[in-house]
Design a protein around this ligand. Structure first.
Ligand SMILES: [Zn+2]
Length: 302
C-alpha cells in the first residue's frame, strides 16, 4: 500500500489478532445536515452507528464497502464519533467534529392559516409526519443509485439547508432541505433512480413526492403544481416527476428538494458531494483522511 494511503488510515489494526475493521473517513469536519463518509476494504457485514441510528455498509464499485452516516441538523457540536461494528476484533470508533450548518435567520410571509395552525391542521400535519417516518423506516433493499444526484430542476438555491425561518414573525423552524428557484410549471425530475413511495397532497409540502433510492436514502420534492407519478412507480434518474408550483406552506412558487438517510434529514448537496466522491475515487483521499486507533472496548452508550 502506498504511503499516502497508509497516512489516510483512520483506524489501524491492533497488534494482536483479530484485527478490527480498517475504516477510512473522508472528512474530519462534517456540518450538521452533512454525512460522514466511511470506506473500508474489510469484508463482511459491518454497520456504522451514530446516536440511535445504525447504518449498514454497502458494496462499492472496485471492491470494498462504504456507508454515508447522516449527521442530524440538531446534532451536538464539536467532538463526536461514529462506531463501526461487525467483523472481528470488536467495535472501532471513528472521530469527527460536527460543525454548525450556519444558516441565517430569515422572515417569510405566508398565509396566516399556514403559520398559526388550527387544531385540525396540527393533527393533519402530525399524521403526515408519521406517514413520512413509516416510509423512511421501510426502505427498499439494495442501492439503486450508482451516480451522484442529478439537479432535479429549477435554478439557484434561494433558501439553503439550515436556514432558520420565521413565518409571519411568529413561528420558527429550521429549513431541512433546499429551495430552488423555479417558476410554476418547471419540470421536476428524479435526482436518482428509485421507487415512488409517496405522492400526495400534504399540509406543509403541498403536492409532495418521496423517492426511495434503497439502502435508506430518500429524496423529497415538494410544493408541486402537478404530480406525474404515483406510489409504487419505478423511476430512472432524470425521469419527470411532475411540475413545480406553490402548493402547501409557501410564500411563492419554488421547488423544495430534500434528502433523508434512515429518517435523518440531510442536505442534498452534501449527499451529492459524498456520492461524487464514491463514484469518482475507488481509494480514499489521503489529504482529507485522519488517523485514530481501533478500540476493543465496548462503545459508550449515548
Ligand atoms: Zn423548502
Amino acid at each position: 500500500m502506498p504511503m499516502s494511503l497508509a497516512a489516510a488510515l483512520c483506524l489501524l489494526p491492533c497488534l494482536a489478532a483479530p484485527a478490527p475493521p480498517q475504516v477510512h473517513a473522508e472528512a474530519v469536519r462534517v456540518p450538521q445536515g452533512g454525512v460522514v463518509l466511511l470506506r473500508t476494504r474489510t469484508p463482511g457485514a459491518l454497520t456504522a452507528r451514530l446516536d440511535d441510528k445504525v447504518h449498514p455498509f454497502f458494496p462499492v464499485p472496485g471492491g470494498g464497502q462504504a456507508v454515508m452516516v447522516p449527521v442530524p441538523w440538531n446534532s451536538p457540536l464539536g467532538a463526536r464519533e461514529v462506531t463501526v461494528e461487525g467483523g472481528a476484533g470488536g467495535p472501532v470508533r471513528v472521530p469527527f467534529t460536527a460543525t454548525p450548518c450556519q444558516g441565517p435567520t430569515i422572515t417569510v410571509k405566508v398565509p396566516p392559516s399556514t403559520a398559526k395552525l388550527s387544531e385540525a391542521d396540527q393533527a393533519r400535519a402530525a399524521r403526515e409526519r408519521e406517514d413520512f417516518l413509516a416510509v423512511y423506516a421501510s426502505p427498499e433493499e439494495g442501492r439503486a443509485w450508482t451516480a451522484p444526484f442529478l439537479q432535479p430542476g429549477g435554478g439557484r438555491v434561494t433558501c439553503g439547508f439550515g436556514t432558520t425561518r420565521r413565518f409571519n414573525g411568529e413561528v420558527q423552524s429550521v429549513h431541512r432541505g433546499l429551495d430552488l428557484r423555479a417558476p410554476s410549471g418547471t419540470p421536476v425530475r428524479a435526482a436518482a433512480p428509485g421507487r415512488v413511495r409517496l405522492a400526495k397532497d400534504v399540509f406543509f409540502g403541498g403536492n409532495l413526492i418521496i423517492l426511495d433510492h434503497g439502502a435508506g436514502l430518500f429524496t423529497i420534492y415538494a410544493h408541486l403544481s402537478r404530480m406525474a407519478v404515483k406510489a409504487g412507480d419505478e423511476v430512472r434518474a432524470g425521469d419527470r416527476l411532475g411540475l413545480s408550483g406553490a402548493t402547501g406552506r409557501v410564500s411563492g412558487p419554488h421547488l423544495h428538494w430534500g434528502a433523508s438517510i434512515a429518517g435523518v434529514d440531510v442536505d442534498p448537496l452534501l449527499v451529492r458531494k459524498a456520492m461524487a466522491s464514491l463514484a469518482g475515487a475507488q481509494e480514499p483521499a489521503a489529504r482529507r483522511g485522519h488517523r485514530a486507533r481501533g478500540s476493543a472496548t465496548p462503545p459508550r452508550k449515548r
